[in-house]
Design a protein around this ligand. Structure first.
Ligand code: TXA
Ligand code: MG
Length: 349
């Protein structure tokens, strides 16, 4: 496999010739990483089994963890899904294109490998001109997981993608940093009541306004991630994780701040280098601090999250302490990512 080609692309008005070059790679069964509004995706022709198998290979992804199929127009959902209930149509008309993925029963057109062997398919229409143009120009739906190595934090820049997958894939479309910073919200509409499989860029409250009640299993909150029989196979693996240890400290802002300060001292006394993912500009002498933003601006916190985890990991800290946020709005997705990154190490202040 030759070097990965990095093609710069204008994120708002993608150059036709750049998209054409990337689309040719998709059509010939190759892999193209591309920006979406959430994170960078690693794309292949969703209907080409060999191409899809390569996605699993280069990511080191377990073959039972299904991929999201990305489309560029609403009508394509009827090619991929055998049943599109009225609730799905309502969600589609309100939130597509956007950070919402719907799990529906799949048609024969979709290869089983794409769906991790399940009878369902996850579909989404991304709200990013580069992603949409790439899908249109390729002329096929594009299967795309996040463009990171399985288990590591999702990529929000082309540099992140290159660090994980450079030399393993044909092309990276570099459209700059992504806007939302956490992945799409995944809703399973094949069960009654509908179930939240993964909180993400579209707040659950917005989905509930359309669907009424949505079941939120513990795994969607990043709790009980490693037990039970999860319906979304992605739930059972350690995810978003730095190489170092990560501990989440949850609770009200003041006690959280005191507990983190105390832990910084304890861990340093044990000879460790400590990093902190801080909120509201909190300062922790003796630690490497990255401020994620204010609790009042969770969009900013979500946008900075994965970059900050990668940054502290690269600085070589032994342990990262993360201040928790409230589980409402984008806070649900942020806490899911932090708890999963911790591999179960979350404590209450
Ligand atoms: O924002 C996003 O969703 C990004 C961008 C690239 O679109 N994609 C993404 O894909 O995050 P990935 O593969 O990293 O996460 C997909 C999640 C996994 O947890 C997977 O298990 C779940 O969706 N999933 C996919 N198909 C499913 C299905 N048929 N049934 C249940 N869960 C499914
Ligand atoms: Mg992923």
């Amino acid at each position: 496999m030759p070097e990965t080609r990095v093609l710069r692309v204008n994120p708002t008005e993608p150059e036709k010739e750049v998209i054409a070059e990337a689309a040719a790679v998709i059509r010939s069964g190759g892999l193209v990483a591309f920006p979406t509004e959430t994170v960078y995706g690693l794309g292949a022709d969703a209907l080409n089994e060999a191409a899809v198998r390569r996605i699993f290979e280069v990511k080191g992804r377990p073959p039972d963890n299904p991929l999201i199929v990305h489309i560029a127009d609403r009508d394509s959902v009827y090619l991929l899904a055998s049943e599109v209930p009225p609730a799905a149509e309502e969600l589609i008309s309100r939130f597509w294109p956007g950070p919402l993925t719907l799990v529906l029963k799949r048609t024969e057109l979709v290869p089983a490998v794409t769906c991790g062997g399940l009878e369902t398919v996850a579909v989404r229409m991304p709200a990013h001109p580069v992603a949409l143009e790439l899908i249109r120009e390729s002329g096929v739906p594009i299967a795309a997981p996040s463009a990171n190595l399985s288990g590591s934090p999702s990529p929000t820049t082309a540099e992140h993608v290159l660090r994980d997958l450079g030399g393993k894939i044909e092309v990276v479309l570099d459209g700059g940093p992504t806007e939302i910073g956490v992945e799409s919200t995944v809703i399973d509409l094949t069960v009654e009541p509908p179930e939240l499989l993964r909180p993400g860029g579209l707040p659950l409250e917005e989905v509930e306004r359309v669907l009424g009640s949505v079941r939120v299993p513990e795994s969607a909150r990043g709790l009980a991630a490693f037990t039970g029989r999860p319906r979304s196979p992605g739930m059972k693996y350690r995810h978003y994780a730095p190489r170092c240890r990560l501990i989440v400290v949850e609770g009200d802002p003041e006690p959280v701040r005191r507990k983190v300060a105390e832990l910084v001292l304890d861990l340093r006394a044990q000879g460790m280098r400590v990093g902190v993912l801080a909120l509201d500009g909190a300062d922790y002498p003796g630690a490497e601090v990255v401020d994620l933003g204010p609790r009042s601006d969770l969009k900013k916190v979500a946008r900075s999250l994965f970059t900050a985890i990668r940054k502290l990991d690269e600085r070589g800290v032994d342990v990262i302490l993360a201040e928790g946020v409230e589980e409402s709005g984008l806070g649900l997705a942020i806490m899911n990512r932090l708890r999963k990154a911790s591999g179960g190490e979350f404590i209450r202040a």
